[in-house]
Write a protein that binds this ligand. Structure first.
Ligand code: CAA
Ligand code: FAD
Length: 380
């Protein structure tokens, strides 16, 4: 067993850290306040190879492993979780799904520009009545001549307005239940495809979350991903890796808040000494550091499983569950350590606390992770 990072891993972590400090930190408070999508920053992330990190270089990616991805996600999320969710969706859900299950034509046409970050993608599973209960798809795509006719509504879609390519899950045969679901590549601008208004959110306010409406949208048959009926498995397999990305996002949010709280506790004085010298504060820091380290190990283990070609459904779900719950706890404590200053925007920790909340909800709520984990441990 070796807990050391390789030189390449350290280089990637440091590159992500520099990028976050130099490019994401300036303006992060204003982007949050004004719900402004980080357009320029996302473009630079693409140029640096952060949007197709694990994609084979022959398809325009950086050809890195999942451990590198966790390291980069943590660093970027420490500063700006709105930017890191763009990165997570593009890498884990869109690029990975297309590279693993797409046809060669789909990869050449869509994966290459997505991996290079020339365009970004969206993953569209959730619906008004199908969130956790993801098999209850109401969106339909029925075969007609040389295409499918797509109808329905998707909810809460990250990159909803800024994406160019959308992976849309839909029911193609109602009688077959989840075995009658398919995944399709849908291009922005296809007639009948409309984008709803941007959601006004508690956290990750810079990311753009939208409903998508499809009315008789013609999707060419060659845009179906995989065999007929593969769509639900496609979504589940893709989300298994996505959960490693969101676990790393939660880890980054927590470690960002912890670093700020640690620094502040050594500067702020009360009752004649630094607040870090009051045991109540020192013990909070001890708990936070321990929880973060535990989450980091779970994230790394899940990434290692993926890199080794092992199954990572369980380790990814454990990492996501623990890191999300931990991020909420740690960010609340970071605000507490800052006292009143933690309650105002300039100190960043209130934003990190708001951003932490979403990690318990998307890519499978904490309750859903417990379903995945308990089914696995009971089965084994
Ligand atoms: N890999 C492969 N196949 C899988 C699988 C996996 N990890 N998990 C389930 N399946 C298969 C099952 O084997 C089953 O197929 P068979 O009948 O052929 O065996 C089929 O999928 C249905 O599985 P279940 O019977 O377990 O289905 P269920 O209705 O009990 O639900 C669930 C399972 C895990 C709760 C699932 O519905 C789920 O993951 N829900 C959460 C949805 C979610 O995570 N949404 C995230 C949206 S994307 C997002 O949020 C992005 C973002 O924020 C940025
Ligand atoms: P529900 O499923 O209605 O759940 C409500 C509550 O009930 C939750 O606490 C849940 O854990 C609990 N619950 C439900 N079923 C059970 C059960 N069986 N046992 C115990 N508890 C249960 N989706 C996408 O497809 N693509 C995206 O890009 C995307 N981005 C998102 C971005 C944001 C900002 C948000 C808020 C959501 C996003 N989502 C996206 C949707 C997200 O994945 C869902 O919100 C999530 O899966 C929960 O679904 P729901 O909101 O319908 O809640």
């Amino acid at each position: 067993m070796d807990f050391n990072l390789s030189e390449e891993h350290i280089m990637i972590r440091d590159a992500a850290r520099d990028f976050a400090q130099n490019e994401l930190l300036p303006g992060v408070i204003e982007r949050d306040e004004n719900q402004k999508f980080p357009t320029e920053q996302v473009k630079k992330m693409g140029e640096l190879g952060f949007l197709g990190m694990m994609v084979d270089p022959k398809y325009g990616g950086s050809g890195l492993d999942a451990v590198s991805y966790v390291l980069a996600m943590e660093e970027i999320s420490k500063i700006d979780a709105s930017a890191s969710v763009v990165m997570s969706v593009n890498n884990s859900l869109v690029c990975w799904g297309l590279e693993t299950f797409g046809s060669e034509e789909q990869k050449q046409k869509y994966l290459v520009p997505l991996a290079k970050g020339e365009i970004i993608g969206a993953f569209c599973l959730s619906e008004p009545e199908a969130g956790s209960d993801a098999t209850s798809q109401k969106t339909t795509a029925f075969e007609k001549d040389d295409h499918y006719l797509l109808n329905g509504t998707k909810n809460w879609i990250t990159n909803g307005n800024n994406a160019s390519v959308y992976l849309v899950i839909a029911q193609t045969d109602i009688d077959k239940g989840h075995k009658g679901i398919n995944a399709f590549i849908v291009e922005k601008g296809t007639p009948g495809f409309e984008i709803g208004p941007k959601e006004n959110k508690l956290g990750i306010r810079g990311s753009d979350t939208h409903s998508l409406m499809f009315t008789d949208v013609k999707v060419p048959k060659e845009n179906r991903i995989g065999e007929d009926g593969f769509g639900f498995k496609f979504a589940m397999k893709t989300l298994a890796g996505g959960r490693i990305g969101i676990a790393s996002q939660a880890l980054g949010i927590a470690s960002g808040a912890y670093e700020l709280a640690l620094k502040y506790s050594k500067e702020r004085k009360a009752f004649g000494k630094e607040i870090s010298k009051h045991q109540a504060i020192a013990f909070k820091l001890a708990d936070m550091a321990t929880q973060i380290e535990a989450a980091r190990h779970l994230c790394m283990k899940a990434a290692w499983d993926k890199d080794q070609g092992k199954n990572y459904d369980l380790s990814g779900a454990m990492a996501k569950l623990y890191a999300a719950e931990m991020a909420m706890d740690v960010t609340v404590e970071a605000v507490q350590i800052h006292g009143g200053y933690g309650f105002v925007k300039e100190y960043h920790v209130e934003r990190l606390m708001r951003d932490a909340k979403i990690t318990q909800i998307y890519e499978g709520t904490s309750e859903i992770q417990k379903i995945v984990i308990s089914r696995s441990v009971l089965r084994d």
